[in-house]
Design a protein around this ligand. Structure first.
Ligand code: AHM
Ligand code: MG
Length: 334
């Protein structure tokens, strides 16, 4: 059978009435930008691209050179095609309206241009996360409030993973499809379709160094995993933590598992570390499309009504059975 490229997959989806042509174009442009980012990530020190950019983003985090480059690549690729009204990024305090000398489109694009920044300089997997919403208001000028839609309104989401292979993972609300970059062809080729996360697992992912700050339900859950086969769970668990959400989520999509970045007592006023609109929502859409669950403790993340562009949220996602246990512990703990 001939190989199916991302372009062919998207054109077929368009012909089947699953996506309109402007959304197809949008996703193709994002994927093209990810190829460009992959090229820069590969160059690394050879092109003097490692290290700090000497600036901070709105969250007060130091920006790496590649954070800044990836952000620029995504903005430049997406601003002229006529498919967008505006973009928002982890690296920009305010939304980026499409300049009026370019045609305007009906979509809003959010992204974390390079997630897992702490892994850039140590050559560990990093990725780009994106989320697509419709602009539903009629106002000519795009407002930040136009972005404040719950994740269940996303029309597409995905990520690119820059690891041993460059992988593009996508959902248009019709299951999860995985494409691998064929560098000889310059194309993303379909390598897995209709991905399903196993409902049960023996693997969890959490930054254990924060254990002393966790809430009771999270402590209880992890303690029970650590107790192994002689404990209440009756099985031994393994632990993984890449510190790149993209890589951790990709492992869960591939072989199951559960990922937690919960609220903790370090900064009690912060809902969590990860950002709702361009990290948690796009990943939650993928996870649910693959048969998993994603919650902030008690609530489905996709139902959270955003109040701010850079809002944070606690994240617990992955294999259904594990997330259900976590939800039960959080609900019992009221
Ligand atoms: P970033 O967007 O600044 O890279 O932060 C998000 C990353 C996630 O990819 C990862 O799951 C988490 O931060 C790791 O955090 P920690 O270093 O606290 O373990
Ligand atoms: Mg990030």
């Amino acid at each position: 059978m001939s190989k199916i490229s991302l372009s062919r997959y998207l054109i077929q989806a368009q012909h089947q009435g699953k996506i309109p042509s402007d959304l197809r174009f949008l996703i193709e442009v994002v994927a093209r930008a990810c190829k460009n980012i992959a090229y820069n990530v590969n160059k690394g020190a050879l092109a003097n691209l490692l290290g700090s950019a000497g600036s901070s983003n709105v969250q007060g985090e130091t920006q790496q050179k590649l954070d800044v480059i990836a952000n620029e690549v995504l903005l430049e690729a997406n601003e002229w095609g006529g498919h967008l009204s505006a973009m928002a990024s982890e690296e920009m305090e305010y939304i980026y309206e499409i300049p009026n000398y370019y045609p305007q489109g009906g979509y809003l694009l959010l992204f974390d241009p390079l997630d897992g920044s702490s892994n850039i300089d140590v050559n560990v997997s990093i990725g780009t996360i994106f989320s697509v919403l419709r602009k539903t208001s009629d106002n000519q000028k795009v407002l930040e409030q136009d972005f404040f839609q719950p994740g269940n309104k996303q029309v597409a989401s995905g990520y690119a993973l820059y690891g041993p292979q460059t992988i593009f993972v996508l959902t248009i609300g019709e299951g999860v499809y995985i494409f691998t970059l064929d560098r000889d062809l310059g194309s993303f080729i379909l390598t897995r379709e209709k991905v399903k996360i196993p409902h049960s697992t023996k693997e969890f992912a959490i930054n254990m160094s924060n254990m002393r700050h966790w809430s009771e339900p999270v402590k209880r859950y992890v303690d029970e995993c650590l107790a192994g086969e002689t404990g209440i769970r009756g099985k031994n668990f393994n632990m993984r933590w890449v510190a790149s959400m993209v890589a951790d989520v990709h492992r869960i999509l591939t072989r199951g598992g559960v990922f937690l970045y919960p609220w903790d007592k370090r900064e009690p006023n912060k809902a969590g570390k990860l950002r709702l609109m361009y990290e948690a929502n796009p990943m939650s859409f993928l996870i649910e499309q693959a048969g998993g669950l994603s919650i902030n403790g008690k609530q489905r993340i996709l139902d959270v009504e955003p109040q701010a562009l850079h809002e944070r949220v606690a994240v617990m996602l992955g294999s259904k059975e594990e997330v259900e246990i976590l939800q039960k512990y959080h609900t019992e703990n009221i």
